[in-house]
Each structure stands twice: as structure tokens, then as C-alpha cells.
Design a protein around this ligand. Sequence first.
Ligand code: IPM
Ligand code: MG
Length: 369
Amino acid sequence: MKLKIAVLPGDGIGLEVTAEAVRVLNTVAETYDHEFEFKEYLVGGRAIKEFGTPLPRATLDACLTSNAVLLGAVGAPEYDSLIQSERPEAGLLTLRRALGAYANLRPVISYESLADCSPLRAEVVSGASILIVRELLGGLYFGEPRGINRGASSQVAFNTMRYTVEEIERVARVAFTAALARRRRVTSVDKANVLETSQLWRETVTRVALDYPEVTLDHLYVDACAMHLVMNPRRFDVLLTENLFGDILSDEAAVITGSLGMLASASIGGGTDLYEPVHGSAPDIAGQGIANPLGAIASAALLLRYTARLEQEARDVEEAMRRVLDAGYRTRDLDRGHSELISGTAEIGTQVLESLAEILDMRHAYHAV
Ligand code: IPM
Ligand code: MG
């Protein structure tokens, strides 16, 4: 297996966590004789500083001609006052759109050994496993017209929430297909009691569901969903929703895992797939070597699963993560005073590499028998 991977560490803790994800992918490549070629490019705040734009042409071209993009995080407080289209975040949004990655998969897994790291009670989160499927290229994020009119006496700002049937249908198919390999349940989340986009969303998802008779579909309004997520997370299998609702609900769902630092994501459906942890650039802890790399490492596992189609390797990385957590290693974001093994970013990365090596050795020994 040969893969060209564009690495975009971005800003803040993005640099620290992607370094660990690349280390993990390198170990997988060496052990299984895959050829992964990594090249680094600038995006976000550091790209603005160097090139005056959050998504330089060279970065975009490299992403478009790679098999996958591994991104860290974008955003820096020094650019907060810029207009929307010039901010670091605009680089990420333009990249998502240029790649055509319309389905954003965010697995939310409550690891057994982290059940008491959640601010929610362990008996509530224990065993929860949700796959959030967030529409990534439509809705308020990209709808036109948008803008701010600044008059002398009054100012008005506006955004447009817009969805076509085709946009809804294609992401719904990703959700139903994913459900077939899971517990066969899709919960579609909308605001159909108020929004026309949600009415069309609900109609379309209901129609697509007819093609998947083995999957049970139910619908929730987004406000009720926000409550059910923290009240009874185990009721969810696949959660399908539009762009902004998905952005908000996935940060909320992170509470189930214990930390936003745990969440990984895969953006698929376009020419090149994009992998990134869900967390941001966390300028408050950047450069200190204390960020949780597991969201980035889990994103690397998703890259192995969806782009490389190396399911065994993906599972091995996930199993290695599980063992490290079971052994009690945690970054600070997961510290609830239960573990003595509070570790830094690189140390967690090293622990994952060591566990991975053990798992791989076992597999080789097994095959040799
Ligand atoms: C996410 C992030 C991004 C989003 C930002 C950084 C533009 O919050 O991936 O969830 O809103 O999509
Ligand atoms: Mg977000």
C-alpha cells in the first residue's frame, strides 16, 4: 500500500498532536511494509503570517493531489479581529469545500477506563458509542447571501441556511451505510418545527431510509437531542445532522468521552479525505507539551480505515490507545484525580507506539504458529 499524505499541523497544539499521529502512522507503515509519504504544509494562522492567506495555493494543490490530508487545528487569538473570510478558520472551510468532503464522521466512544473521567455519571456514559455524521459543506457555513451591512445609523448581519435535496441525500446515505455496520439505528436531528431547511431535511432522510429497510430511523429536534445526549447517550447509534447542529452537538457529545481531546474526525465523500481531531488549537496550552494527542491518533486510525482501507491496522491503533488508557496513562484534560500517570503529549504518543508494537508482535507470533 502506497499513500501520499499531506500533513497540515496548523496552529497551536495542532503541531504537537499531529507529530504523534504521524509517528503512529510511520510505525504502522514500517511494520506492515506500507509506503506512506508525508509532506508538511502551512494552513491557518501560520499560513497568514508567512503568505498572507490562511490557505496558500501550494497547500491546496498538495492536498488535492494527495490521498489524504492529516490536519491538526487552526485558529489563533491574534486574528480574532479579522473579517470572517480572512481568518485562519476560513482556510479550513475553503479546504473542506475544495476537497468536496461533505460527510464528517465523528465517533464518540466512552472508553471503559475513562467512564469516571466524564463530568457525567459513569453509569450514564458507560458503554456509549455514537457515530455523529455531520453534513460539512452546506447550511449556514456556506449559504449565500451572507454579510454585514454597516450603515451610519443601523447595522445588520445575515447568513443563509440552505440545503438542496442532493446535499441531504448524499450525506444521509453515508449515515445509513455506516449504521448497517453498527447497531442499525439512525437518529436524524433537525429543527423541522421551525425551519424549512429542516422540513426538507426530514422529508429527504425519510425517503432515503426506504432504501435501508434493515435500519431503524427516528427523528429528534436539535434542542431535545442536546438534552438526550447527556441524559441517555446509549440511546444513540448513528446521529445524522446538518452542519451547524453537528458542530455544536459534537462538542457537547465530547463530554461523554471525558474530554474534547479524545474526539477524532474523518471528512469523506470528495476526491481527497481529510482527517482532523475535533478540538481546536487551544492557544492557552500550546507549546507546553501537555495536549491530548489521542484525538489526532484516533484520526490517523480513521485514515487507515477509510482511505487506506486497512481495517486491521486501524483496529490495532485503536486497541493500542485502549491499552494505554487502561494502564492509567492520561493527559491533564482527563485528570480527575484518579490516575498517577498524568503524562505529556509525546509520552502518551510513545506509550501508544509501545502498545502497538506489542500488539503487532503478538500478531506476527500468532501467524508464525
Ligand atoms: C470543527 C471546528 C470548525 C467548524 C471551525 C474551526 C471552523 O469547530 O471542526 O468542529 O466549525 O467546523
Ligand atoms: Mg467545532
